[in-house]
Design a binder for this molecule. Sequence first.
Ligand SMILES: *Cc1c(COP(=O)(O)O)cnc(C)c1O
Length: 386
Amino acid sequence: MADDFYDFTDELTRIGQQGLYRRRRLTDGPQQVQLVVDGRRLLNFSSNDYLGLANHPQVKAAFRNAVDHYGVGSGSAHLICGHSRAHHALEEELAVFTGRDRALLFSTGYMANLGIIAGLLGRGDDVLQDRLNHASLLDGGLLSAARLQRYRHADMEDLQQRLSVVKGRKLIASDGVFSMDGDLAPLPALSALAKQCQAGLLVDDAHGFGVLGAHGGGIVEHFGLRQADVPILMGTLGKAFGTFGAFVAGPEQLIEMLIQRARSYVFTTALPAAVAEASRVSLRLLQTGSWRREKLQSLIAQFRQGAVQQGLQLMDSFTAIQPIVIGDNRLAMQSGQALLDRGFLVSAIRPPTVPAGTARLRITLSAEHQPAQIDALLEALGRVRL
Ligand SMILES: *Cc1c(COP(=O)(O)O)cnc(C)c1O
């Protein structure tokens, strides 16, 4: 029966029984600390808009003006007629910002990672990934048909051992700031190991840009690593930049190769030029607004100090991502719901986003939060009793 194909009752029931059912919430108004969710005003501790740029007046004005100039849709892929002066200027500014030869825009971070890995590797090659890497890096590895190995989280011994038996071309891929834990990759050691073993190195710093480094240059600025140390540097524009899209920055030939071979670059519509213009303004605000990073750091310190006083189990993170591990899927969901009932939006994260048995509340902080709001969250966490 053809009908059977569309009968998902068993599968959906099974997902529910495991406490893994996913539902969307309906938001109204701009992405900000005070967020209207399902008609209720909540304090938002779940956004990746770490610097509060998603609703910044100058970013919005740039977007509006650019819509007047460029219209909305970009009309085609970059290689047909969709590569506007706005896209090009943003790429040049991102290259300067990252201290790399060139930068290349992708329509999303997910597509950038698919395109980079599958564009550079093929059958017979090896890709070595940190076990906690973002799904888009793992999926890029699968798509490439390279052998996929996952080394223990941040474990350079395990990685070195695996590298020592790989003969052919090999790429190491790692999150810079780990998206669900908030900790940093041991980047100086990773870089040294990649050089020693003549492996490529791809770092996805979706959560480091804007937050780490004196000028928001992310994990590479934090550690003072240059293009020769981290040759393939990827970032997204939908998090601290507050807009949408992604980029990869690196050597001239790498960028040329990706333009030829990254299928998720070649075969997709360019993001709207107005988004690129808005991102140019947010890049400027992100670089020059050190006060946002300083305020964020002081809120992070306040949160961690308060959480420790309450005996909450924190992770080894000094970034905007401050998870509290609960373990059980349903318990994590119940804690999230209890916070919601008190007016706080905190996401409960379950497998497969995180390893089984490590479901957690993923609390994210923003430079737009006020110290009193952090105190209110801490008080609510105390009452919910995790
Ligand atoms: C969000 C994220 C991505 C995907 O970026 P999008 O632009 O949202 O597709 C990739 N890598 C990491 C580490 C991320 O957190």
